[in-house]
Design a protein around this ligand. Structure first.
Ligand SMILES: Nc1ncnc2c1ncn2[C@@H]1O[C@H](COP(=O)(O)OP(=O)(O)OP(=O)(O)O)[C@@H](O)[C@H]1O
Ligand SMILES: [Mg+2]
Length: 251
């Protein structure tokens, strides 16, 4: 049986897809068999983050019974398996998202760990993907509106009997105006799995259309994602070490 981990948020644009692609690549580097599924049907972004070409068969085809799940799995250069959603508007109109639960048994044979990159909020597509998750990881920025919305998502997940693993606080910059980790933890009443600082390397990785964990392995964001992935899997993450010369010359 696979472990289905949903990467969710209340507010949009907080860093879910960035988190999903980096946790997937970090987990793979720790010898975990991982599949990343884009369940953000209306605005799928995994392909953009990973530089995937437009593919002929997507999750939409599987959900509408026009393809088997095996036909919608693509291997990324990193070694992770990816099941993309369609970016086409006509495919979106044909979408049968409620069929997601009926393909879980097929997804179960694909990988030990299945990461689901959710849509934001608590609309029907986010709720459908939450319904198939075992564990939920909440992503938020350290700002009151994002944390307030994260609280709703965490509470709904708990009410549905999901195992909320904790929250990842992304894009922290240490400014006085942002919420402290202590306040975020007190408000959400769930563990803080890790903190990802605001990091230009993440933006550079997006421009390179790859995970920062792979493009900038020494960056703070990459190391933090590696540590969080290790925590989720119960494995030890060894951060790569830079040589003396690389450190001195900023290589
Ligand atoms: N730690 C970070 N440092 C700098 N930029 C970041 C960081 N994390 C995410 N970003 C940027 O924030 C933007 C939104 O990220 P992302 O697409 O992962 O959010 P999302 O929660 O998946 O959005 P949506 O709700 O629309 O699916 C992207 O441009 C991404 O590069
Ligand atoms: Mg996203």
């Amino acid at each position: 049986m696979s472990r289905f981990i949903l990467i969710a948020s209340g507010k949009g644009g907080v860093g879910k897809t960035t988190t999903a692609v980096n946790l997937a690549t970090a987990m793979h580097s720790m010898d975990e068999d991982v599949t990343l599924v884009d369940v953000n049907f209306t605005t799928p972004n995994v392909g953009i983050h990973l530089g995937a070409p437009v593919v002929p068969i997507t999750l939409n085809h599987v959900l509408s019974g026009r393809a088997e799940i095996a036909d919608a799995i693509y291997e990324h250069e990193s070694g992770i398996k990816v099941i993309p959603s369609s970016i086409s508007i006509s495919e979106l109109k044909k979408l049968e998202e409620s069929n997601l639960s009926s393909i879980v048994k097929d997804l179960n044979h694909i990988s030990d760990t299945v990461l689901l990159d959710s849509a934001a909020g608590l609309g029907s597509e986010a709720m459908t993907s939450m319904s198939i998750a075992d564990d939920v990881v909440i992503v938020t920025n350290p700002e009151m509106p994002a944390v307030t919305d994260a609280l709703k998502t965490a509470k709904i997940a708990e009410e549905l009997g999901k195992n909320v693993l904790g929250v990842i606080v992304t894009r922290t910059n240490g400014s006085k105006s942002e919420m402290s980790l202590k306040s975020i933890k007190e408000m959400l009443e769930i563990p803080i799995l890790g903190v990802i600082p605001e990091d230009d390397c993440v933006k550079e990785a997006l421009a390179m259309r790859n995970a920062v964990f792979l493009t900038h392995p020494y960056s703070k964001a990459a190391v933090s994602y590696g540590e969080i992935a290790g925590k989720i899997l119960g494995k030890r993450f060894e951060a790569p070490k830079r040589s003396f010369f690389a450190r001195v010359f900023g290589l």
